[in-house]
Design a protein around this ligand. Structure first.
Ligand code: NAI
Ligand code: MG
Length: 344
């Protein structure tokens, strides 16, 4: 028996951090079935070469895998004919409807509670990311419009995921993040649907405390008193922004992992992008990718080895001797990888 894992480094530092995560998975030993890695293509470079950012073979191969790791794509900020972000497409193709992003600070003393310990649960398939944009010409000149899709079905399943995650955590608190004071219909549906979940759950979520917060003040309070949050559940765009913002609280985007999870498949993915400013320098922080591998294992049911990886990473951060420049250190990607491997 083996654990078949698709590897999609894609662009930029994705190609530097995904190999590091692979090395860590290889070093786990008999706690998991022997990993078998399937290298796969996607991204901007592939698009420039072959005219498609997500080759059909990649999607087909992933359907045969137990899990996957995705690096990052260099999506251009301008519109390019024929190009569409492969990560957004993959989330849809594989129905990876939840993006789960734990943001945890490492305390100086291993016995202390971390100052920040929260999970952003981001809806991954709809909201403005359905990308139904339109440019029309009106008396105001060019006018751009976008559809924002919120469905009851997607809101319910992301809400349930948030409640399930809360159940597994000591504080058991879910905060719905929305803007339903302004967007009463779309965010209103998101909020209403999630608020109803406890009463439809036969008591399963009775121990979970349900809170809510308007998105702008949620960001404000996140910066002033991050400890008030446990599990934050949000529509796609707010969740995207919230999790990058939360990453600033723990020192670097280079530390924050995520998984894209559906009912049948899970794909780990560092929250950061392809970081063109440091690409090719060998100084990308591999920790977000390594933690994403651990999070993937956790979602596949291998909690113990996931925990071992997280502890090894925490020790390296806590000791502070081997850190990449984003954390104020002078070490390389490989130095950090080797330090983590040694702790393992
Ligand atoms: P970014 O996350 O790539 O970089 C933001 C800043 O954080 C940069 O200064 C970068 O050097 C730093 N940083 C990020 N990850 C790091 C790491 N592991 N170690 C050390 N420093 C790190 O965001 P940016 O610059 O806005 O986007 C660059 C490209 O990445 C764009 O083309 C964007 O479309 C893409 N992107 C892709 C994502 C994905 O694949 N899911 C997510 C976010 C952005
Ligand atoms: Mg983002």
């Amino acid at each position: 028996q083996s654990l078949k894992i698709g590897l999609i480094p894609a662009d930029g530092i994705g190609k530097e951090v995904i190999p590091a995560a692979r090395r860590v998975l290889e070093a786990i030993g008999s706690d998991i079935p022997k990993p078998e890695f399937v290298p796969l293509l996607a991204g901007w470079e592939v698009f420039v070469r072959d005219g498609t950012a997500l080759p059909e073979e990649t999607v087909e191969a992933l359907r045969e895998c137990d899990g996957a790791l995705f690096g990052a794509v260099s999506s251009p900020s301008r519109r390019v004919t024929g190009y569409s972000s492969p990560i957004v497409a993959l989330r849809k193709e594989l129905d990876l409807y939840a993006n789960v992003r734990p943001v945890i600070s490492v305390s100086a003393n291993p016995d202390d509670k971390p100052a920040v310990d929260l999970v952003v649960v981001r809806e991954n398939t709809e909201c403005l990311y359905v990308k139904q944009e339109q440019l029309v010409h009106s008396e105001n000149g060019r006018e751009a419009r976008a559809i924002r899709l919120i469905t009851e079905r997607a809101s319910r399943r992301i809400g349930k995921m948030a409640f399930e995650i809360a159940l597994s955590r000591p504080r058991k608190q879910v905060t719905i993040v929305h803007k339903s004071n302004v967007l009463t219909i779309t965010d209103g549906l998101f909020r209403e649907t999630i608020r109803q979940i406890p009463s439809e759950s036969n008591g399963r979520y009775d121990s979970v405390k349900l809170e809510e917060q308007i998105v702008d003040s949620a960001v404000y309070r996140l910066f002033r008193e991050p400890q008030i949050y446990d599990v934050m559940v949000a529509p796609n765009l707010y969740g995207d922004i919230l999790s990058d913002a939360a990453a600033a609280l723990v020192g670097s985007l280079g530390l924050v992992p995520s998984v894209n999870a559906g009912d049948k498949f899970v794909m780990g993915e560092p929250v950061h992008g392809s970081a063109p400013d440091i690409e090719g320098k060998g100084i990308a922080n591999p920790i977000a990718a390594i933690r994403s591998a651990a999070l993937m294992l956790r979602h596949l049911g291998y909690a113990a080895p996931a925990h071992r990886i997280d502890r090894a990473v925490d020790q390296v951060i806590r000791e502070g001797q081997v850190l990449t420049p984003d954390l104020g250190g002078k070490s390389s990607t490989d130095d950090v990888l080797n330090a983590v491997l040694k702790k393992l």
